[in-house]
Design a protein around this ligand. Structure first.
Ligand code: NI
Length: 186
């Protein structure tokens, strides 16, 4: 278990398309350690999710968790911890909804992004078992943000209006009071 360095905007690995985890790796010590490192790093940084490319591992793996008491995102609705290997997203409600997003790889900034309101997620767990769920509203945005990392896409690519880009201090001062609870995320 280890807290790993988080790559920042400009590192080329963040812009690569990550590779699927091969069948032979499910249940392996390698995958177990990768997931432990992702989890430790996410928790140490108080992130809501992290994808393997963000720690320099170009594989299609992400972890996600929205604790009820996250200090960086007060008011964000809680969402249980999960490990998503080789995930696929299907948009089931394309209605655009906007949230303030941030990213551990783009420290110190927030920007507004509009994304589809509801998605179906299919993935495999660390043992290789397939699963499926539907996410709506804020969690749907979290899934889309994290899985974008697996395709080399960062939220700043999707900021709807670059004039919303704000440093955290300015975000808290000028934007957060007017924003519904839970709109900022990492
Ligand atoms: Ni991110």
């Amino acid at each position: 278990m280890a807290v790993r360095e988080i790559l920042r905007l400009g590192h080329p690995v963040l812009r690569q398309r990550a590779q699927p985890v091969p069948d032979s790796a499910f249940g392996s010590d390698w995958l177990t350690r990768l997931i432990e490192d992702l989890t430790d790093t996410m928790h140490a940084a108080n992130g809501l999710g992290i994808a393997a490319p963000q720690i320099g591992e170009p594989w299609r793996v992400a972890v996600l968790e929205v604790p009820a008491d996250n200090p960086r995102y007060p008011g964000a609705p809680a969402y249980p911890f999960g490990v998503y290997v080789n995930p696929e997203l299907e948009i089931i409600d394309a209605t655009a909804q906007g949230f303030w997003e941030g990213c551990l790889s783009v420290p110190g900034l927030r920007g507004q992004v509009k994304r589809p309101r509801a998605v179906r997620v299919r993935w495999r767990d660390p043992a290789g078992e397939p699963h499926e769920l539907v996410a709506e509203d804020f969690p749907a945005t979290v899934f889309q943000h994290e899985f974008d990392h697996l395709d080399g896409i960062l939220y700043v690519d999707r900021v709807t209006d670059t004039r919303t880009l704000s440093f955290l201090e300015e975000f808290a001062r000028y934007h957060a009071p007017a924003a519904p609870a839970g709109q900022a995320r990492e």
